[in-house]
Design a binder for this molecule. Structure first.
Ligand code: NDP
Length: 450
């Protein structure tokens, strides 16, 4: 049996019940075969076997007291996956679906994504099964303080630098940073996504959404097209989705649908990001409230979704941006998009397309940007925040956006030239996986067997 098959089989035995992690590992490892065949050093140094095992995993109890005075207990996680290229870097997710398999899939993806940016950052991820929905502001604060009471001993500006992800935005980073500062008596860049008056970077909030639209533009430019005038679908209505919608409008495209965990909005006149910001960032309510400001829109509740997929992918469009969560675009959704003439998919979320859906896109030969390439603008801008913190300075939005634009171009270039080198110029999954892997693997070889 090949090393890759052996490793994947071994993972199922040694880390049982981690479906998302196997899915992510399979997707990456299977595309590495042509590289392993061409260079025996990777097998000789046990790179594959070492890469799938995190360097360190911290699992801890998070105890907090709710507003009614009841003691509540959650699980906290930080997986420090690979530091061959730099300090561990990757977000924190607070969502009831978080398990150790989910955090490991996200951490594993993060290794290659971070490598692909060309920046000196390793891969890590963390979070909790805490559900922030329905919690008061004070409950969120107490939870974040308790979470950081354990996490602070494992992080630092040159060790491990967490950021936000689902359920963790500027408010949560604020409470986490406040507790970090109190416990360590230090004001440093141990977290990114900070507020603009206390160490944050301009453009960090926007970076993932903007970056994934820039990536789509680069893929389309390669094919002699652009986003101008294109009709677009975006899933989610959180941080990534809202700024993707904002950038699409700036580039002359028309986003007509978006979603949240309660349903989908279809607004043929064009989604209004201002209304989304008000509902999602300030009021923290269901997307159905969008109708109050836009009576010409339609809301499709979850119970009316097709049995084999997601309502948001069933409208006719030229480009689609999955920006909510993993496995939110099924094989049947992919078929529906393709039969409606979709030209481009750029992933804002991590692993949003099932492997069956990805196969469909690759077979159809449309422009398909895998998340580890197309959503890397967020972590790249986090690294720009680390640079600014280290220099005790703050750059203008224009400077940050210029860096982000160039970083996305470089990621696209690296992925597509590597895809061409291995004989499949349109396959950016292959290109991104091999380019990311090669950079980490070379660093691991040069640093010896650890
Ligand atoms: P947010 O919490 O800001 O938004 C998440 C959005 O997705 C919300 O609209 C939420 O709905 C929806 N959603 C979450 N889980 C589900 C689910 N199980 N079913 C249906 N809808 C769901 O998170 P982000 O925008 O930050 O993250 C979105 C994705 O982008 C994630 O995959 C994340 O890993 C990825 N990502 C984020 C980066 C960042 O910089 N933030 C960087 C790179 C990738 P509701 O409002 O109802 O909860």
């Amino acid at each position: 049996m090949s090393t890759i098959k052996n490793t994947l089989e071994g993972l199922k035995r040694s880390s049982p019940a981690q479906a998302e992690f196997y899915q992510a590992a399979e997707e990456v490892l299977e595309s590495l075969q042509p590289l392993l065949d061409s260079d025996p050093r990777y097998e000789r140094n046990g790179i594959i076997e070492r890469l799938v095992e995190p360097e360190r995993q911290v699992l801890f109890r998070v105890t907090w007291i709710d507003d009614a005075g009841t003691v509540r207990v959650n699980k906290g996680y930080r997986v420090q996956f690979n530091s061959a290229l730099g300090p561990y870097k990757g977000g924190l997710r607070f969502h009831p679906s978080v398990t150790s398999g989910v955090i490991k899939f996200l951490g594993f993806e993060q290794i290659f994504k971070n490598a692909l940016t060309g920046l000196p950052i390793g891969g890590g991820k963390g979070g909790s099964d805490f559900n922030p929905k329905g919690c008061s502001d004070r409950e969120i604060m107490r939870f974040c303080q308790s979470f950081m009471t354990e996490l602070h001993r494992h992080i630092g500006p040159l060790t491990d630098v967490p950021a936000g992800d689902i359920g963790v935005g500027t408010r949560e980073i604020g409470y986490l940073f406040g507790q970090y500062r109190r416990l360590t008596a230090r004001f440093d860049g141990a977290l990114t996504g900070k507020g603009l008056t206390w160490g944050g970077s301009r453009g960090r909030a926007e970076a993932t959404g903007y970056g994934c639209v820039y990536f789509a533009e680069d893929m389309l430019n390669d094919r002699g097209a652009d986003l101008q005038g294109m009709t677009c679908l975006v899933s989610g209505s959180g941080n990534v989705a809202i700024y993707a919608i904002e950038k699409l409008l700036t580039l002359g495209a028309k986003p007509i649908a978006c979603s949240d965990s309660t349903g989908t909005i279809h607004h043929p006149a064009g989604i209004d990001p201002g209304t989304l910001k008000e509902i999602k960032f300030h009021q923290r309510k269901s997307l159905s409230h969008y109708l109050e400001a836009h009576t010409d829109a339609e809301f499709v509740p979850l119970e009316d979704y097709p049995e084999d997929g997601h309502a948001v992918w069933r409208y006719r469009a030229d480009a689609a941006f999955p920006c909510a969560t993993q496995n939110e675009l099924s094989e049947a959704d992919a078929e529906a998009l393709l039969s409606n003439g979709i030209l481009c998919i750029s992933e804002g979320a991590n692993m949003p397309c099932t492997s069956g859906a990805i196969d469909q896109f690759l077979e159809a030969g449309i422009a398909y940007g895998p998340g580890k390439a197309s959503n890397a603008g967020g972590v790249a801008t986090s690294q720009l925040e680390m640079q600014q913190n280290a220099g005790l300075t703050q750059w203008s939005m224009e400077t940050v956006d210029k860096h982000l634009r160039q970083i996305m171009k470089d990621i696209h270039h690296r992925s597509s030239t590597t895809a061409s080198e291995f004989g499949e110029p349109d396959n950016l999954v292959l290109g991104a996986n091999i380019a990311g892997f090669r950079r980490v693997a070379e660093a691991m070889i040069e640093q010896g067997i650890d």
